[in-house]
Design a protein around this ligand. Sequence first.
Ligand code: DGJ
Length: 731
Amino acid sequence: MNIVYDQNTQTFHLSNKFVSYVIAVEEDKYLSHYYWGKKIKQVHSPSDYPRKDRAFAPNPDHIQDRHFSLATLPQEYSGTDIGDFRVSSYTYTDITGLRANHLNYHGYSIFNGKKTLQGLPHTYVKSEQEAMTLEIQLIDSNHGMSAFLQYTIFEDHPVVTRSVRFQNNGEEALSIKRAMSMSIDLPDSNYDFIQFPGAWGREREVLRSSLVRGIHTLDSKRGTTSHTYQPFLALVRKDTDEFSGEAYGFHLIYSGEFLGNVEVDSFSQTRVQLGINPEHFEWKLGAGETFQTPEVVMSYSEEGLNGMSRSFHELYQNKLIRGKHQYRERPVLINNWEGTYFNFTEEKILNMAEISAELGIELFVLDDGWFGKRDDDYSSLGDWTVYKNKLPNGLKALSDAIHKKGMKFGLWFEPEMVSEDSDLYRSHPDWCIHTPGIPKSRGRSQLVLDFSRKEVRDNILSQMKAILDEVPIDYIKWDYNRNMTELGSAAPEIMPGEVAHRYILGLYEMLEDLVTTYPDILFESCSGGGGRYDPGMLYYMPQTWTSDNTDAASRLEIQYGTSMMFPISSMGSHVSDVPNHQVNRYSSLEMRGHVAMSGNLGYELDVTKLTEPEKEAVREQISWYKSYRKLIQFGNFYRILSPYDNKQHTAWIFVDQNKETAIYFYYQIIDKANKPSKILKMTGLDSEKTYQLDDGRILGGDELMYRGIYLDPDLSGDYKSRCIVLHSIES
Ligand code: DGJ
């Protein structure tokens, strides 16, 4: 890994054993993008971007040469006002509202390691040898504004991360209206564009389309990342598939409103940007103040989509997720939500716990309905005291009883919300996100608490701490069940354009407090399933509830899409009842198990209603999973067959780091009469090794990967699955 500035070529070259990223300085003033991709040893010549007198392309004031224009130059971080008409990276104004977008190259520094991003989640290094950082300073001397572009390259990852710090060194306040975290102009547009749109119950669908001329946007204006789009996009070559070909992936480490743009310009160049959504954003930057944007992870792979995914999995597992649970095997849990919904008693919970313990389940999670007077979703959010009608002996007694059965105890909270029917709302009706004087929209009959205000956060924090200090709690499910509307605050010091981002900063501050005060608690993030499954939350909470849709067949698509960017250890996946509560489908217990075992296995059903044979099957699933979960949660994961190809089947494989053991899952979604025979090739194995399959067959890694094996012709019926375990043996 190295970063060099070459005076002769006027280029910055960031490289490691996988990738190079090259930036050039043009006319001593502008930063152009020169190269990003497979590692090159050295940059030999200065930027050779073809200069041409393009009609209607303006030339900057001090340059007499009509061949130079920012309208066509591939750039690193440009404003719009001096002739670059593509989507801009930043906009700010002075106090009179005059746009002042003239940031020019000024200087740089290169250092080992990586700075922390104050108040924001970010990738980190444990020693300075793990990464190097380039900080390029841009200056607008008229207004005293600086932007520091931060680029970090890691020793062991095919990844560059970027963010920007604005600093107002002038005497007057400035107003930032747009501050993207990164922008890059790739030299051509011969790509497919992959994005992950979704909705509740259909998170992270995989949408691949040909990249065409124009501006393509994915965003959130919902206060949170939301189900609608993932703050992730990929550009891949036309022939890129799961196993080979170039793939560029971009992911924003942020949990609030975001914007992603891909613009193909008139000259078939492609601009990609990610950052905070400017829609509701306007940040007053007083004299002497700084503003830090969130970070973007940019990955390059020439090993197809699986290669791209592995680079994100490895980076997030090793340099984003933190704390005691980072590498800890995740417990098999039972969650009572689909088993009881709001309708439970202490006796019911203890009965469920009794049977769960017998089945080998390790953690009991008590979901929504244990607090205030919560019998439905119309009341009590904000009142975090135990509901004595349901739990007359209180939470401590329940937790103790569950611990006595040999299980850990987990609890659901939705700390960011308030119900109008709550003591908290009655005492502080102005503590919610709203625009004073404008009627408030409700979502799930609840309002969002104004976490941009410290006193609001402090109130919830102290209510939560009162419980956590009294009750032995091993796990928290942190839920968030609506989008924000009427984004505003009753606190006069919080400007309307700052509310959305200050909310997220406040949330991060509170999470930091909780995860450092209670380092033993395993946190699972949730937002109506996977509505806030983003790398920002992953920095605080090492796992996420992937989706409220627990149907096995639907989960194949959801987990397939989620695996594109998130490590398996972060994915909560539960076996639930049939007919499934979201789509009314029946699928075999085996298939439900095999899908849920491809993540952090849990159960979400009323175990007291299981028949003896079902209990036996569940017992076996759990005991099998425990012996392989380390491999599944922390091994290498490869997608093999996509559920999107023809909705007929899906396959994937988990391989341990030494390629000694592998677990292959095949799922038959829809069966066919008299179906054609099919050979399936495995991937990720060692071609030099010999493997024994658990059906007794012995085959070489090369045979399994290049020739493949026939699919079991006797697997008959819809929603069926097979699992094959492979162990390497002496040949
Ligand atoms: C939404 C979550 O995704 C569910 O798992 C459950 O916790 C409910 N909220 C409870 O209200």
